[in-house]
Write a protein that binds this ligand. Structure first.
Ligand SMILES: Nc1ncnc2c1ncn2[C@@H]1O[C@H](COP(=O)(O)OP(=O)(O)OP(=O)(O)O)[C@@H](O)[C@H]1O
Length: 579
């Protein structure tokens, strides 16, 4: 039994409005038995989705109590992720995966069945039950609206949930598809004696298939009873006329009228309800076969997420080509800028080492060459760093924001945030290493060796790439939309060059204030310091007034950036960002 006792939800009113707070739900009270299919209907904006989110625990009510099988969901233990199925309004699967892969992934993330003999039969059963067997090999991208809703249901059925909440899974479909999905919901509500299925819908057309109908109006419950009594209660000829009828009285009047008649209608519902599942003394169901599925371990979830991410990446040819173009194109770009300067660089190096007297005699000529060489070396190092940070932001900016709603649904289904963040670290770590190491080695090979210690420069390139990737991943985890995350990440990269002091030095007080935040500054200046025992360092010092830091300090601060970025990622991924 699901019981709501005077459930209310009050939120702060938007700035500028006269009221201090908004009552999204007020005094909502109902009881629904298990083995039952209930529809929540009501005009747009009346609080249907809000009520469903409160039942699911996505939003916590500010008043009243919700009880599932006698257990207070706010005060006592929440529903186990395997006990709850929530099918949101939006598409919940990755476009580039097939139907079968999506369901198999959901099973791997939410159950311990992978690797057992039960995995395949269960997968087949869920596909068959939701009518998706024929579509198993089809990619999500090409599914119709109705097929996507079926997939949404299939993803939730992998755990055999006892409370299945569906938000508009029948809306926007043609009457035949709507009827088919409603019939499927009915089958699901009967399949497991502990199960209660609730479907939010606008449509008043096929309500007779439901066991009960709950009507919401302006945040209040105004009817909950058998569908066949709906027209009688609202004194209308057809269910479609109910919304118009609602507008003829104010909310309080409807609410009061319902309070007087509630007992009668609910009694009728409970009398016609199937027998409730028997429970042992400790409150657990007698039938062990309907216990919720246990969640898999952390590394099992990491492995599933990584495998899924690579599959999606491989199938996204646009992304693969973009990554390849950057991986091989950006180092070439650095080399092109270096080509003209390499000869004077070598000459400067030879003269410095072998003939100081000549240097002294040709002091002014040497000064010019030194300035050129200093500018070139500093510029090349900065170009490498900035291009690596650009690749890093492209790696991470959309990574979490682009799949945010899928993440929210999967967290509700038991996905561990730690597993999610670890999977991103491993996935993006491959790009970080490939992009930065290849950039460093390729440029060094082609130019015949830029000054400084190669290993130190490589480590700093890897660190700056990891730092920018982590911070952009953090931004991605904090932002609601991939567009916003991309713009913020691009701004962040854009500011690296002017604020690092590589091109123009900043006033001391600004330099001191901004440098700690500029990853490119640390990698650039740490790399230049690794040349401090060569003549190039003097040349570089002639062209830059920005104070350069030791390679060790640079590495340390970049590590701090990585830690901050990953902390942002964890906090941002953990926080709820439902629509
Ligand atoms: N966090 C919030 N802060 C302020 N108002 C909110 C918030 N969440 C929802 N609302 C408002 O609460 C009302 C109910 O929203 P809800 O999404 O539950 O409606 P609904 O009945 O599901 O509508 P629809 O059928 O159009 O999806 C709307 O007016 C919505 O703007």
């Amino acid at each position: 039994m699901l019981e709501a006792n005077n459930v209310g939800l009050e939120v702060d009113a938007p700035p500028g409005s006269e009221e201090e707070s908004l009552h999204l739900l007020q005094e909502v009270a109902f009881s629904v038995p298990q083995g039952h299919l209930m529809a929540i209907v009501g005009p747009s904006g009346c609080g249907k989705t809000t009520l469903l989110k409160v039942i699911a625990g996505i939003v916590e009510q500010t008043n009243g109590e919700l009880k599932w099988e006698g257990r207070d969901l706010k005060e006592e233990e929440d529903l186990h992720p395997g006990e709850l199925g929530y099918v949101p309004q939006f598409s919940v699967a990755h476009d580039l995966l097939t139907v079968e892969e999506c369901v198999a992934n959901s099973m791997s993330l939410r159950t311990q069945l992978p690797g057992t003999d039960e995995f395949e039969p269960k997968l087949d059963k869920v596909l068959e039950l939701t009518g998706l067997t024929e579509l198993a090999e089809r990619r999500v991208k090409v599914l119709s609206g109705g097929q996507k809703r079926r997939l949404g249901l299939a993803l939730e059925l992998v755990t055999n949930p006892c409370l299945l909440l569906c938000d508009e899974v029948t809306s926007g479909l043609d009457p035949k598809s709507e009827r088919e999905i409603t019939d499927l919901l009915k089958v699901l509500s009967r399949e497991n004696p502990r199960r209660l299925v609730i479907n939010v819908t606008h449509s008043l057309a096929s309500l007779e298939a439901f066991d009960s109908v709950l009507v919401m109006y302006k945040g209040r419950l105004v009817y909950h009873g058998p569908p066949k009594l709906l027209t009688h209660y609202f004194t209308v000829d057809h269910p479609e006329e109910v919304y118009l009828r609602l507008t003829q009285r104010d909310t309080q009047a409807w609410h009061e009228s319902w309070q007087k008649k509630r007992e009668y209608y609910e009694k009728m519902l409970l009398e016609s309800a199937p027998e409730q599942p028997k429970r042992r003394d400790d409150g657990e169901p007698e039938d062990e076969t309907i216990s919720p599925e246990e969640l898999p371990g952390l590394f099992s979830q990491v492995f599933t997420l990584l495998h899924r991410r690579w599959t999606i990446f491989r199938r996204d040819s646009g992304q693969v080509w973009l990554h390849l173009a950057m991986l091989f194109g950006f180092p070439l770009l650095v080399v092109i800028f270096a080509l003209d300067g390499i000869k004077p660089l070598k000459q400067l190096s030879q003269r410095q080492d072998s003939n100081m007297l000549y240097e002294l005699q040709q002091k002014s000529e040497h000064m010019v060459q030194q300035l050129n060489a200093g500018g070139l070396v500093s510029g090349l190092v900065m170009l490498q760093v900035v291009l690596v940070t650009l690749m890093a932001s492209n790696n991470a900016a959309r990574e979490i924001a682009g799949e945010r709603l899928i993440l929210e649904r999967e967290k509700l289904g038991g996905l561990s945030t730690t597993a999610y963040v670890i999977s991103k670290v491993f996935f993006l770590g491959v790009f970080v290493l490939a992009q930065s190491v290849w950039m460093g080695i390729f440029v060094d090979m082609v130019t015949g060796g830029l000054p400084g210690h190669l290993l130190t420069k490589l480590v700093l390139l890897v660190l700056v790439s990891a730092a920018m990737t982590s911070v952009c991943l953090g931004i991605s985890a904090m932002c609601r939309t991939p567009e916003k995350a991309t713009i913020l990440s691009i701004y962040l990269v854009g500011f690296q060059l002017p604020l690092s002091g590589a091109v123009l030095s900043l006033p001391d007080w600004i330099e001191g204030a901004v440098n700690p935040f500029i990853a490119a500054f640390w990698a650039w200046s740490g790399s230049l310091r690794s040349m401090s025992d060569t003549a190039f360092y003097d040349a570089v010092k002639r062209v830059t007034e920005t104070s350069l830091v030791s390679s060790e300090l640079a590495a340390f601060v970049l590590l701090a950036h990585i830690i901050i970025g990953l902390s942002m990622t964890y906090v941002g991924s953990k926080g709820s960002q439902w629509e």
